[in-house]
Design a protein around this ligand. Structure first.
Ligand SMILES: C[S@@+](CC[C@H](N)C(=O)[O-])C[C@H]1O[C@@H](n2cnc3c(N)ncnc32)[C@H](O)[C@@H]1O
Length: 260
């Protein structure tokens, strides 16, 4: 781990998650300010949650992940429906709940959405920092008793190109879903803050193009690539079709159709 991040460790907080154990430990918040950012445990109703903080424009900014509130929880409770663009892009039907490998898990939002729609999800995230934040959110959702995330929702930390190529034929997913980083255009304050922190953690995914041929060789039925509307096709490869969403586009590469 080369990044200049620290872990704020206090007697009252849990020890660092395994993927962050190599980070330098600091015992006081003011010492953490010497680093580009730091991880720490905060508490809500005595439940610890992992958070990442950094100084943006001279002000401390933090973020953590939560699969039990906000849009994810709303959709879980009220249903998002298969009319959603992401559902259409994955070709979901009432009698087809595919296995999906999300090769760029990130904050886990799209994966949670697809799980909510009935799919089985395996997620891969290469950044140990983002994977730690996401794993923390998954464990909290499970402890809170959210059944949806207890099964068919797993996260592996690693490089997708390698992990996907090591799958046996039996392990091949129906769909591979990709959403690599692309420089944002949005100036919205909320997006900006979270995106800036995520970018600090993972950079820009300059090698994103190589994901597509690997995915196309290893998915059974289709590969779905989420891009900002203004972004070119991944690997400059034209999809079978594109589904426009608000600010985003789902490029769909159809390989074959499931016999239902
Ligand atoms: C834009 S984010 C994904 C956001 C996600 N779709 C969501 O809903 O939260 C892209 C993520 O993909 C990860 N990533 C990029 N290339 C990867 C690769 N080859 N293997 C594993 N993870 C990768 C990055 O570290 C980053 O966290």
């Amino acid at each position: 781990m080369s990044a200049n991040f620290a872990f704020l460790s206090t007697p009252k907080t849990p020890e660092a998650p395994s993927l962050l154990r190599d980070l330098p430990a600091v015992t006081e918040q003011k010492l953490a300010q010497d680093y580009a950012g730091y991880f720490s445990y905060q508490f809500t109703d005595s439940v610890p949650f992992l958070s990442f903080s950094s100084f943006l424009d001279g002000k401390e900014a933090s973020f953590s992940l939560d699969l039990t509130s906000g849009t994810i929880a709303y959709r879980r409770q009220h249903g998002g429906g298969r009319k959603q663009h992401i559902a259409k892009a994955c070709g979901l039907k009432h009698n087809w709940n595919p296995t999906i490998l999300d090769g760029t898990a990130g904050l886990g939002r799209d994966a949670a959405e697809l799980r909510n729609l009935g799919c089985s999800l395996r997620m891969i995230e290469r950044s140990p920092f983002v994977a730690s934040l996401l794993d923390d959110a998954i464990q909290r959702a499970r402890q809170a008793g959210v059944a949806l995330f207890q099964t068919n929702f797993s996260l592996h930390q690693g490089q997708s190109t390698q992990l996907i190529q090591s799958l046996s034929q039996q392990q091949q997913p129906d769909i591979i879903y990709l959403d690599p980083m692309f420089p944002p255009k949005s100036k919205s304050a909320a997006v900006k803050k979270e995106m800036r922190l995520v970018k600090l953690l993972v950079g820009t995914d300059p090698d994103a193009d190589v994901l597509l041929p690997v995915a196309l060789d290893n998915a059974k039925y289709r590969v779905v690539v989420k891009r900002p509307s203004y972004a070119p096709y991944l690997n400059e490869q034209k999809p079978s079709m594109s589904i426009e969403s608000k600010g985003n586009r789902f490029d769909v590469y159809v390989l074959s159709s499931p016999s239902l």
